[in-house]
Write a protein that binds this ligand. Structure first.
Ligand code: NAD
Length: 482
């Protein structure tokens, strides 16, 4: 099916066509219908957007707006997102195939992120510092950085954009967002809602397009004061070398290969549900996916049976339907990549306990079965590399020391799960696991007030919480001889 629906860039408070006149298609991964065409951004479009953001940063309507009023605007944006929750949820489901009920859940809490930073906006302040000379008054000012370039992936466009947008605006910056080429629609809608909320023109800009074109042009723009990126570790490394050579900051939220560890003293029924949610939510397309499952050998068989049985019963199909539990992967290359990882695992010696193939779904989209691999170990690529799909590798272990070593034997360090009823063990493991987030007897819990940092190659810098205010501000020390 073709469509006439077109999305343009959002620059300086209005939708504008791409300077090249070129558009690219975006497809619904469940039905393979073409959903819309989006503007194919290039250097000239990025230049225009950064110019608008730079001018808005100097515009008294934004620069001199009181911190309290900045908070009011953010609160209003949160309200508007709440009012448009169903529309936004459906748009994103159609764009990336995520379950509508999962999206409704995300939208139900999304306004809280804006309210949280709205509340912080007028609490961003410096200090008075006791100087060694009493004749000197020394104080600090916490200032906005300037124009922030934000680049986001396709797996959760609205949520991951929110993690950057809300603190960047609360601190008085302006922003140019480059969403993933697979999911342009909801971020553009978000920008329009921000405009409706009353943010001055140019404070929020969106340039759509491909990573190698619009994305690279944005990162290369020397007027940026910071790049905030969420995506793969490979792209993050490229961005980090570019920003480092210009001595500007970057916040990088990257890939993961998170361990989910089930001890012999855990409630295995609960743990198996946590393992299933950890890896199969969003068809495994989450950075925090618990893709390496370690089960103590005394509960290994039981856990395996429970997880495999649940995986076999998962309802795959139309992500818009309430009864569906697993939607499609977001695009064809993504499904092919997941399928080739399963083949690779088998060639490395893994056994496919369940799944591993393309289910026969009449909609015809990029569906892939929830898959459980056994006979795997840390030497295999399928255990070491991020698959970003519904594929769990389940391995037995015997001792706490052993599983700690296995869990930490990865280049990634995003998240980890522990299932145990032993309180001392929970604290011991939490302190020794090399992961920015550790969940005990739960998985995926998240809140705007809780900071999130990727260790090792999973990232640099913090998102969410009060800590993220530092990511979007700089500190000035003022000395006055009284
Ligand atoms: P990706 O790195 O391919 O793309 C991410 C974004 O970067 C897209 O907008 C893309 O267009 C852009 N991009 C690509 N090349 C670029 C370049 N050379 N210069 C500038 N921009 C460029 O990642 P993806 O496939 O969209 O997302 C999946 C990855 O994101 C996974 O690795 C996942 O773990 C990670 N992720 C991390 C988090 C987190 O919070 N740590 C959250 C979600 C996803």
């Amino acid at each position: 099916m073709s469509t006439n629906r077109r999305y343009e860039h959002f620059i300086n408070g209005e939708f504008v066509p791409p300077s090249s006149g070129e558009y690219f298609e975006s497809t619904n991964p469940a039905t393979l219908d073409v959903l819309y065409q989006a503007a194919r951004g290039n250097d000239a479009d990025v230049d225009r957007a950064v110019s608008a953001a730079a001018a808005a940063f100097e515009n008294p309507a934004w620069r001199n707006l009181s911190q309290t009023k900045r908070g009011h605007l953010l609160r209003r944006l949160g309200d508007l997102i709440g009012e448009h929750a169903e529309e936004l949820a459906r748009m994103e489901t159609e764009d990336n195939g995520k379950l509508l009920r999962e999206m409704r859940g995300q939208l139900a809490t999304m306004p809280e992120y804006y309210y949280y930073y709205a509340g912080l906006a007028d609490k961003i302040q410096g200090d008075t510092i006791p100087a060694s000379n009493p004749a000197i008054l020394n104080y600090t000012l916490r200032e906005p950085l300037g124009v922030v370039g934000a680049i986001t992936p396709w797996n959760s466009p609205l949520t991951l954009t929110t993690s950057k947008l809300a603190p960047a605006l609360a601190t008085g910056n302006t922003i140019v967002i480059k969403p993933s080429e697979y999911t342009s629609a909801t971020v553009l809608r978000l920008a329009a809602l921000a405009d409706e909320a009353g943010f001055p023109a140019g404070v929020i800009n969106v340039v759509t397009g491909f990573g190698a074109e619009a994305g690279a042009a944005l990162v290369a723009d020397t007027r940026l004061a910071k790049v905030s990126f969420t995506g793969s570790t490979a792209t993050g490394a490229r961005i980090a070398s570019s920003t480092a050579s210009r001595f500007i900051g970057s916040t990088l939220e990257l890939g993961g290969k998170s361990p989910n560890i089930v001890f012999e003293d855990a409630n295995v029924a609960n743990a198996s549900m946590g393992v299933v949610a950890g890896i199969f939510a969003a068809a495994g397309q989450t950075c925090i996916a618990g893709s390496r499952v370690f089960a103590h050998k005394s509960v290994y068989d039981e856990l395996l049976e429970r997880v495999a049985n649940r995986a076999r019963s998962i309802v795959i199909g139309d992500p818009l339907l309430n009864e569906t539990e697993l939607g499609p992967l977001a695009f064809q290359d993504q499904r092919d990549k997941v399928a080739s990882y399963v083949d690779l695992g088998v060639s490395e010696g893994a056994t496919v306990l369940t799944g591993g193939g393309r289910p026969n779904i009449p909609l015809g989209g990029y569906f892939f079965e929830p898959t459980v691999l056994t006979d795997v170990d840390n030497s295999m690529r399928v255990v070491r590399e991020e698959i970003f799909g519904p594929v769990a590798a389940i391995m037995p272990f015997e001792t706490e020391e052993e599983v700690l070593r296995l869990a930490n034997d990865t280049t990634y360090g995003l998240a980890a799960g522990i299932w145990t009823n032993n309180l001392s063990r929970a604290h011991r493991m939490a302190s020794r696991l090399e992961a920015g987030t550790v969940w005990v007897n739960t998985y995926r819990a998240m809140s705007p007030s809780s900071p999130r940092e990727g260790f090792k190659t999973s990232g640099v810098g913090v998102e969410h919480g009060i800590e993220s205010i530092r990511e979007y501000t700089r500190l000035k020390s003022v000395w006055i001889n009284t």
